[in-house]
Ligand binder design. Sequence first.
Ligand SMILES: *[C@@H]1O[C@H](CO)[C@@H](O)[C@H](O)[C@H]1NC(C)=O
Ligand SMILES: *[C@@H]1O[C@H](CO)[C@@H](O)[C@H](O)[C@H]1NC(C)=O
Length: 342
Amino acid sequence: MLVPDGNTFLVHPMAFAGPCKPTSISFLISGIIIAPNSPESWKGRNQGRWLIFKGVDGLSVDGPGMLDGRGKGWWDILCATHRHLPGCVKLAPTVISFLQCNKVSLSNILVVDSPQTHILITGCNNVVIRYLSIKSPETSPNTDGIHISSSHGVFIHNTNIGSGDDCVSIGDHTSDIYITDVDCGPGHGVSIGSLGRSGNEVKVDNINVIRVRFNKTTNGVRIKTWQVGRGHVRGVLYEDVNFMDVSNPIIIDQYYCDVRGGCESTRTGVQISDVRYAGIFGTSKSKVAINLNCSQAVACTDILLDTILLAPSTPGKKVISSCNNAYGSSAGIVEPESCLLE
Ligand SMILES: *[C@@H]1O[C@H](CO)[C@@H](O)[C@H](O)[C@H]1NC(C)=O
Ligand SMILES: *[C@@H]1O[C@H](CO)[C@@H](O)[C@H](O)[C@H]1NC(C)=O
């Protein structure tokens, strides 16, 4: 399938559904594909999706084209930011969704102005995303760059994400995720979570964030869980990470709630263990540069802080680390000083 160069195509919400006979399918996007400008075009369809690939194996989607979600019409009526607007909408389309796909790749494409999440990977195994650019204004609401859930073996590399919300967010039932050589910002950083909202058994294993640079994001590397959650987040590596003027560079927040402080404390918690922060440098906009706010009910264990140098963005200010029920050890220089319990 070829979307030719030199043209702009208006494409209505569309699903490409498998299974397909060939073991590999190439989808080349050289031109520009734009979404309908108004929510009207979604009447009677799933308002959460624009372009969908479902149950397609061996698919490669390649550029050098562009997908323009033309999200502004949606951002202006989203309940999240316009609560009092009559007829506001809760759900807006994701530009491109891969659902139940195996062995897929997405490369060399510019994805801009998604109404909500830009790229969604759900129920997929063995996914490669590379040489992508994702751009939306800093103020656009709920516009995660890439959201992954119920997927195993996802590789995101050499990609530039400035989407306004999380650059990458990793949901439940995920394992073997590798995010390497990525530039993130403006936005909310790279998040694992939020997890456990409905008191469910969380299962997240082997997440790697390596050689990622954060520029002026409101969080850096974050793990966020709801107090009612159970299960585990196990085996997380953050290595060679750079922060430029970032708020909350390192943060574990096990008290996540839609209204800060609005959720009751419980005797449950998602168990976070074996998390390594190694080779972390840069500047913090917030005073608490390392914030390990673990569950009061279920401690974080085997946290390693290894070679960390975080300075305040504004010279002369002070940065600190803060721990709550966080156990582990430190190695090499750690600035601000480790607060982990042995
Ligand atoms: C960081 O982002 C700002 C805009 O917010 C940009 O001007 C600057 O070039 C970026 N710095 C790097 C090193 O990418
Ligand atoms: C940890 O979470 C609690 C509950 O939300 C909050 O009151 C506290 O300020 C947090 N600690 C830090 C250092 O952010």
